[in-house]
Design a protein around this ligand. Structure first.
Ligand code: GLY
Length: 322
């Protein structure tokens, strides 16, 4: 099963400006040689404009790191994407706090957590990676660093997010999360180099100070340019406890296909679920040679793929029926 070909994706269709929509089936051969195939992938169909932006940057012969940063910024800038950047769901105190991480093909990494009033935390994570000797900066330290670097302070709580928060509070709804969260992106540039990034406002109405998997290197994000990369979305606590992205990359190194490696990580998470518990975690894995796979706990985990000047949305296979 390790290297078998599989039809692991199901096209749904979507037209976006200037990009043709088609089916693709992952059947690339397994090899660690450099690929000239530009490619950008991201979690959830609503981030398709991010994937498109990343692909445009790759086509300009820029690096996968630029593609990931500027691709993810599109989602962070969009107030209608309610789980990333401006307009993200706030925590239980009504405060929007953001987490992000980034990793390049040289093994460099940067991340930020629990950041308030700074919208483009993916860029802040890159600044941590490139301008400090550290990997992770959190809270006010991260915000102050952002301001020192010239980033702008802004209110991230939109009227819609505020209204939703007040509704949640008034109804005392005993449910504090929405499955649809986190942009995770992987890209391969014209030199065959891979980078990855993740950005989120995290679990809706989370405990103030809660940090999820997104800024934890090895949990929601891991890239090893010899092998490939993986990103996660969904309930971060489960991803942290299983070192999901790192596990997937190591399984690909052992020879498992990207989809199979993602399933192994989901199987580990399943062991943590109580009887009949239904929650969502989804992984995408991209191998160095461009072979792609995904897997989730429950249905409806969608992801975007930009490749060969085409853009597609797929749904992953899943472990449990809803
Ligand atoms: N996966 C995002 C979070 O749990 O915060």
């Amino acid at each position: 099963m390790k290297t078998s070909r599989r039809d692991f994706v199901k096209k749904i269709s979507l037209a976006t400006s200037g990009i043709l929509i088609n089916n693709i089936t992952a059947n690339n051969s397994f090899s660690f040689s450099k690929s000239n195939n530009l490619m950008a992938v991201s979690t959830w169909d609503e981030t398709i404009k991010s994937t498109q932006k990343a692909y445009e940057i790759l086509e300009q012969n820029k690096s996968s790191l630029d593609a990931v940063e500027y691709g993810i910024r599109v989602a962070e800038d969009d107030p209608n994407i309610r789980t990333v950047g401006i307009g993200g769901y706030p925590d239980e105190n009504g405060i929007v706090t953001l987490d992000a991480s980034i990793m390049d093909w040289k093994g460099n990494a940067g991340s930020v957590a629990a950041v308030e009033n700074i919208k483009n935390v993916i860029s802040l994570a890159r600044l941590v990676m490139e301008k400090t000797k550290h990997v992770m900066i959190v809270g006010n330290g991260a915000k102050n660093f952002a301001l020192e670097c010239g980033m702008k302070e802004e209110n991230l709580l939109t009227e819609q997010s505020k209204q939703d928060y007040l509704d949640w509070k008034s109804k005392n709804i005993n449910q504090n999360r929405i499955d649809h969260d986190t942009i995770g992106m992987l890209a391969i540039d014209s030199k065959g180099n891979m980078s990855g990034g993740v950005s989120t406002s995290g679990m809706a109405y989370k405990m103030h100070g809660r940090v999820g998997d997104s800024p934890i290197i090895g949990a929601a994000l891991f890239v090893d340019n010899q092998v490939g990369g993986a990103v996660a979305t969904g309930l971060g606590e489960l991803v942290i406890k299983t070192c999901g992205a790192f596990l997937i990359v190591e399984k690909m190194r052992e020879g498992y296909s990207p989809e199979h490696a993602c399933k192994i990580a989901i199987d580990r998470i399943k062991k943590l679920l109580k009887n009949n518990e239904r929650t969502q975690v989804g992984f995408i894995a991209l191998r160095k040679d461009g072979k792609l796979g995904a897997y989730s706990i429950v249905p409806n985990f969608s992801y975007c793929v930009a490749k060969n000047k085409k853009q597609n949305i797929f749904y992953s296979k899943y472990l449990l029926k809803n």
